[in-house]
Design a protein around this ligand. Structure first.
Ligand code: PRX
Length: 631
């Protein structure tokens, strides 16, 4: 048996022994008395009786050995700001922020919603929350007022932390008007809003509600706020993600399990060492930003490079220039970003000294082989695909080079990671598929390893129903992804089994987009489908049956309505959710029993054979799609 195979086997068969060892990677105030309590499946309680603190392990713990070494390197090619915080400086900033939170009434267990661009203050805010046991909930800055309002209502935060604006491609994107609108739309009202003013976009403060960060920071300049020792099961944060319904799910993570899982992943998967530099190009609004911009690298004593800007501005080699300048050792990005870089001059890949770089990790969407090969050839570095989800917090499938060097196979993220008992089940019978090349649903047997979601915020029942009861008669966690395994045990991910789509590595629910479009007065019915796209992996396309069709024979009138619908989605959900096209049909393609034929629509848009159409009620709408797309 290979070294990794026995490491993996032990994680499944001697679960408690395995994770007890991993638990030693972090500092505990009180060591756990029990490793895993799985007496109430599917709820797993990791490191029972232990008390620890995520901020202590990420920041304070390193003060003894590396107070003056870089911890947070902040670079914005949007504003030109570039600043490095040592561990000591980061600790000071986090304590100032923690004191501000306390002065605004935030207590242990309270929620703090963070709606911020990629600025250092966002990192301070997250760390300050976990320092005092407040539960942060970061909402991606690209989401607009309606999306934000639903998250405010679900998280019911005491405090919201935001900023005047973000910036993208040199264009200022104001946040404050969207936040004000979201607060007016939400039922729940926060008691305070803390505003970081970057001086990018003037705004009016709401008296009695809004507080200026710069002023309060001044008041708390010398604040000392100790880390609060928290029960291992205390929630560290919630992070909203999309599912099949319009209501986003608040993925809830614990403290002890998450800290151990990330510390272990930094060692076994990323081979990260204190003093090295980790550069993840994700955003704090997504799970990769939580695990591998903020917590993972800092837990390992590495500096983390936090970047605001595009990969192509001021020039297409800016990332490699940063690798050279800051001696980046680990990079983490998404396949879409690589496909964007593919359009740039390939000479840029070798224009800088990137000898410090050990590997480029890619995740979030399928990594196609040509893209992987292109970047591998261009950089001359290992390219490591890894597959996981907001729910799991760290990779389910990849290669654990820190345990044993294993070859990557392009097109496959790799093998199951330690702790994840991954299986493939037949979607028709629910039986386990053990043969090579058999396509099934990727599931994980409980208990999920440390670091994965504990539950959905405020909704244990939805947690159980959504993830654990999709296969009748079996209590297994469904990833809602199709997969196959090859003869060597490497998995290949073949897309989602549900209506979730993946646009440029961003996970979006089609239902949310449909609900937004339905609110247009001239929309009778709508379906949103994910369609393959060479750059973004997938794009959302909307198919609309209009109420008043009298004008729609005219191309200009169709364009006008299409524009209105796109604007509506922009303003409610944000540009990330905007459909790439809106097509108008006389009716939606459905079966005689009224079920929407999503796959047939998708196939027609992707110029594929729509397959068996014997159950279709009326084929006209598929022809209308063909005509309009000219396929
Ligand atoms: O469909 C899978 C796809 O993205 C989904 C999870 O997205 P999210 O919750 O945003 O978490 C991203 C964490 C990296 C999965 O269910 N996905 C993620 N990584 C890969 C992937 N599909 C193929 N290959 C991957 N490496």
């Amino acid at each position: 048996m290979t070294k990794y195979a026995s490491f993996y086997q032990r994680s499944i068969e001697d679960r408690d022994g395995f994770w007890a060892e991993q638990a030693d990677l972090i500092d505990w105030q009180v060591k756990p008395s029990q490793i895993c309590d799985y007496s109430k499946p599917p709820f797993a309680h990791w490191f029972v009786g232990g008390t620890t603190n995520l901020c202590h392990n990420a920041v304070d713990r390193h003060l003894k050995d590396r107070a003056d070494q870089p911890a947070l390197i902040y670079v914005s090619t949007e504003t030109g700001q570039e600043i490095t915080y040592s561990f000591a400086q980061l600790c000071d900033e986090v304590q100032r922020m923690a004191a501000i939170l306390q002065s605004l009434g935030v207590k242990q267990g309270d929620r703090v919603l963070i709606y911020m661009p990629m600025i250092a203050e966002a990192a301070f805010a997250m760390l300050a929350c976990v320092r005092i046991g407040a539960i942060h909930s970061v909402v991606f800055g690209g989401f607009a007022s309606h999306s934000l309002a639903t998250r405010i209502d679900d998280a019911s935060p005491v405090l919201i932390i935001s900023a005047d604006a973000g910036s993208r491609g040199g264009k200022v994107v104001p946040y404050k008007p969207l936040l004000d609108e979201a607060i007016s739309l939400s039922q729940h009202k926060p008691s305070a809003v803390l505003m970081v003013d970057r001086g990018l976009s003037a705004f009016t403060s709401v008296p009695g509600l809004d507080y200026a960060y710069a002023e309060l920071r001044q008041q708390h300049m010398n604040a000392k706020v100790a880390c609060v020792w928290l029960d291992s099961a205390h929630p560290s944060y919630t992070l909203y993600t999309s599912g099949t319904t319009g209501k986003p799910k608040g993925v809830q993570r614990d403290t002890g399990g998450y800290t151990v899982a990330l510390a272990a992943s930094m060692q076994h998967i990323f081979e990260g060492q204190a003093g090295q530099v980790y550069f993840s190009t994700s955003d704090i609004g997504w799970v990769v930003g939580h695990s591998y911009i903020i917590y993972g690298p800092l837990l390992a004593g590495m500096a983390t490079l936090m970047y605001e800007g595009l990969p192509t501005r001021p020039h297409g080699g800016v990332w490699w220039e940063l690798v050279e300048k800051y001696k980046v050792t680990h990079m983490f990005s998404a396949p879409t970003a690589v496909r964007v870089l593919k359009k740039q001059d390939p000479a840029l890949l070798s224009a800088y000294d990137i000898s410090s770089l050990k590997a480029l990790y890619l995740a979030g969407e399928p990594l196609d082989e040509p893209t992987a090969q292109w970047i591998a050839d261009g950089l001359g570095k290992p390219i490591i695909d890894n597959y996981w989800q907001t729910e799991t917090g760290w990779p389910i499938l990849t290669v654990a080079n820190g345990v044993q060097k294993m070859p990557s196979k392009f097109g496959s993220p790799g093998v199951p990671m330690y702790g994840f008992n991954v299986k493939l089940l037949s979607d028709s019978t629910g039986e386990e598929l053990t043969g090579a090349q058999e396509k099934g649903v990727v599931v994980i047997e409980g208990p999920l390893p440390p670091g994965c979601l504990q539950t959905l915020w405020g909704d244990d029942e939805r947690f159980v129903k959504t993830y654990w009861q999709s296969v009748p008669g079996k209590l297994v966690y469904s990833t809602f992804d199709w997969g196959v395994r090859d003869e060597d045990g490497y998995f290949y991910i073949l897309g989602r089994t549900d209506d979730v789509i993946n646009v440029a590595g961003h996970r979006l629910g089609t239902r949310e987009i449909e609900e937004s479009i339905s609110s247009h007065p001239n929309v009778a019915e709508v379906a949103v489908v994910g369609v393959a796209d060479a750059l973004k992996g997938q794009v959302a396309m909307a198919f609309v049956v209009a109420k008043d069709t009298s004008a729609l024979g005219d191309a200009n009138a169709r364009l006008k309505l299409e524009g209105e619908i796109m604007k509506l989605v922009d303003s409610q959900l944000g540009a990330v959710a905007r459909p790439s096209r809106v097509l108008f049909l006389s009716l939606l393609p459905k079966t005689r029993s009224g079920k929407l034929l999503r796959r047939a629509i998708q196939a027609v848009c992707e110029k594929r054979d729509p397959g068996d159409l014997t159950t279709i009620d009326d084929p006209t709408p598929l022809q209308q799609i063909k005509q309009q797309l000219d396929v």
